[in-house]
Design a protein around this ligand. Structure first.
Ligand code: PAF
Length: 281
């Protein structure tokens, strides 16, 4: 894998590959690769000629009281994993490269960013859409690969691609899970051994409510109450939000139509660690 640190070098590389008629897939990440990231790299490998993985812990998507400083980082190991998984380029810019002195632009999307994650983390998605735009402009991909684990983020990026006319196909790869069901996340390392045992309670609740929806439950208030009740079976899980929404639009109708997919979204605190998960029914 070739490490690239500047936007201009990255753009030149992509332009040259495009001239050769190659297709480019980008996998945007914040590093500390686990098997979930590897599954995104594998998906990219199977669907494009050139794979660019971006590794940038983006300061603008963290609030001042969030975990930017202690977010796990291991660039040596990440480079090795990108190499082992046949990625062609690891784009690893510095904060100064992405946000040079005088940088003042921010991309803000309304609507879909204002609920769920957007309530607890009001500026989070502005940071995400701004950096993802910059990463698209640096890597010039044909395909962008994101994980389903950050479900609302995938909806927001789809909106970004539509609204700013990026000629990029977005592909969403299913969440990878630990054997007990916990969604893989770089933040799982924050969990103490005791909390780690409690963490799969979120997925168990999602699965249980999924079954009720499959049996015919369609009223949103009833689905939400059931989800809260099921998560509360693990009292250590402090619910931030747990709700059902339309899987494509994130709208919240009183009653879901039978021909629409529903996404169940949950964010919970285990001690100070905030975990998110979701399931599509
Ligand atoms: O999902 C992530 O890791 C980040 O939000 C992303 C898309 C790389 C932007 O910083």
């Amino acid at each position: 894998v070739k490490i690239v640190k500047t936007i201009s070098e990255m753009q030149n590389i992509s332009i040259n590959h495009k001239k050769e008629g190659k297709t480019i897939a980008v996998v945007p990440t914040m590093g500390y690769f686990h098997d979930g990231h590897i599954s995104l790299m594998k998906y990219a490998r199977e669907n494009a000629d050139i794979i660019i993985v971006t590794l940038f812990v983006n300061p603008t998507q963290f609030a001042p009281d969030e975990d930017f400083d202690r977010y796990p980082r291991d660039t040596e190991q990440d480079s090795r994993k990108a190499e082992e998984n046949n990625c062609d380029y690891l784009f690893r810019p510095t904060v100064e490269e992405m946000y040079p002195f005088g940088f003042i632009t921010e991309i803000r999307i309304g609507g879909v960013t204002e609920k769920f994650e957007g309530v607890t983390r009001p500026f989070h998605f502005n940071g995400v859409t701004t950096i993802v735009s910059k990463l698209f402009n640096a890597t010039l991909p044909d395909i962008a690969v994101f994980g389903q684990k950050d479900y609302q983020q995938t909806i927001v990026i789809k909106q970004l691609i539509r609204d700013l006319n990026y000629n990029i196909k977005i592909d969403i790869v299913p969440t990878l899970r630990e054997p007990d069901g916990l969604a893989m996340s770089s933040r799982n390392i924050y969990l103490s051994a005791e909390y780690r045992k409690k963490a799969p309670g979120i997925y168990k609740a999602l699965i249980s409510v999924k079954k009720s929806i499959e049996k015919g439950l369609r009223k949103r208030s009833e689905i939400n109450s059931l989800l809260i009740k099921k998560i509360s079976k693990t009292p250590e899980l402090k619910i931030d939000y747990a709700c059902a929404a339309d899987a494509e639009t994130l709208e919240e109708p009183d009653e879901f139509r039978r021909d629409r997919k529903i996404v169940l979204l949950a964010a919970c605190y285990l001690g100070k660690t905030r975990l998110i998960d979701n399931i599509v029914v």
